[in-house]
Design a binder for this molecule. Sequence first.
Ligand SMILES: *[C@@H]1O[C@H](CO)[C@@H](O)[C@H](O)[C@H]1NC(C)=O
Ligand SMILES: *[C@@H]1O[C@H](CO)[C@@H](O)[C@H](O)[C@H]1NC(C)=O
Length: 315
Amino acid sequence: MRPTLTSFVALAYCLSGALAGSYTLIDNYVGSTFLSAFVHEAIADPTHGRVNYVNQATAVAKNLTFASGNTLILRADDTTVLSPSGPGRNSVRIRSVKAYTTHVAIIDVRHMPQGCGTWPAFWETDGSDWPNGGEVDIIEGVNDQSPNAMTLHTGANCNMPASRAETGTPTGLNCDVNTDGNTGCGVQAPTANSYGPALNAIGGGWYAMERTNNFIKVWFFPRNGNTPSDLKNGASSINTDNWGTPTALFPNTNCDIGSHFDQNNIIINLTFCGDWAGAVYGNSGCPSTCVDYVNNNPSAFKNAYWDIAAVRVYE
Ligand SMILES: *[C@@H]1O[C@H](CO)[C@@H](O)[C@H](O)[C@H]1NC(C)=O
Ligand SMILES: *[C@@H]1O[C@H](CO)[C@@H](O)[C@H](O)[C@H]1NC(C)=O
C-alpha cells in the first residue's frame, strides 16, 4: 500500500515526539516492590565511611528498612553506642536490579537523612565499570549543608561549559575522576530547601533526572511549589519538554555523554564521615570529630532516614 501524506505526517510526528521529551513509564517502585527490585548491598563502604551496611534480612528485622503501602523508609541505627574499634553505624545501601541507559528517573522524596556526619545520596552508576560507565549524583550532600549538589563523575575527556541554561551554579567543570581529587563536575541548586533539614521542613519534593545521548538534566521541584502535573502524579507518560529550565544541565558540547555513560543502576545510600563528610566535618559547625560523634551519639541519628513515596523510571 502506498503511504498517504497523512500517514507520513503522523509518522514524522511520532518520531519527533520520540526524539524529544516524551517518555513512557516502565518501572514504578513503590513500597514493598523495593524489596524485590532492589538489592541491599552489605559491602565495605568504597568511600571509607563510619558505616556498616547490612543485608536485607537484617535491615528488615531491625526495621532499618520498612517497605509497605506507599512508603519506603531506609534508616540508620539510632540506639547503639559504637565501640571505636568495632564496625561503623548500621545503615542501608540499596541498588536497583535493573540498569538503564537513556531514561528519566524520578524520586518523590518526603524526607532525607539529616544529622551531623551524614552523607546520603540518591544516584546512579555502573558498579562494574566505574568510572568509565559514569556516575550521576542526583541528591547528595554532607553534614546537613544545603544546597543540594548534582554531579557527574566520568573517565577522561568530559568537560562542562561554565555558562549553561540551568538555574543552579557550577562548582567544577571537569568531570574526570582523576582530576580535582574526584570532586567531579558539580552544580549547586539555587535554593536551600533543595537539601537536608530545609527540604524535610517542607515535606520534601521531587527530583527528576533525564539522560539522553546529548545531555543530562536534573530538575528539583519543592513539595510546596509549582510542579509539572505529569511528574508529580506519576503519569503513565511524561514530556520533559514542558518542565522548564533544569536545575542542572550537563550538555555534550565537550563530553560525549553517550560514550561516557553506559547502563547504570539506581542507588540509594546513607554513609557517615568518610572521604567527603569526614573531610569537611571540621568546617561544618558540627561538634566533636566526625567519627567520635557518630560512635557516641546514636540519638543524633533519629532523623537520619529516607522516606520515599516512589521512584519511577521512564524510557
Ligand atoms: C554513596 O553515594 C555517593 C554518591 O554520591 C558515592 O560517591 C559513595 O561512594 C556512596 N557511598 C557508599 C558508601 O555507598
Ligand atoms: C518500623 O518503622 C515504621 C516506619 O517508621 C513504623 O511505622 C513501624 O512502627 C516500625 N515497626 C516497628 C516494629 O517498630
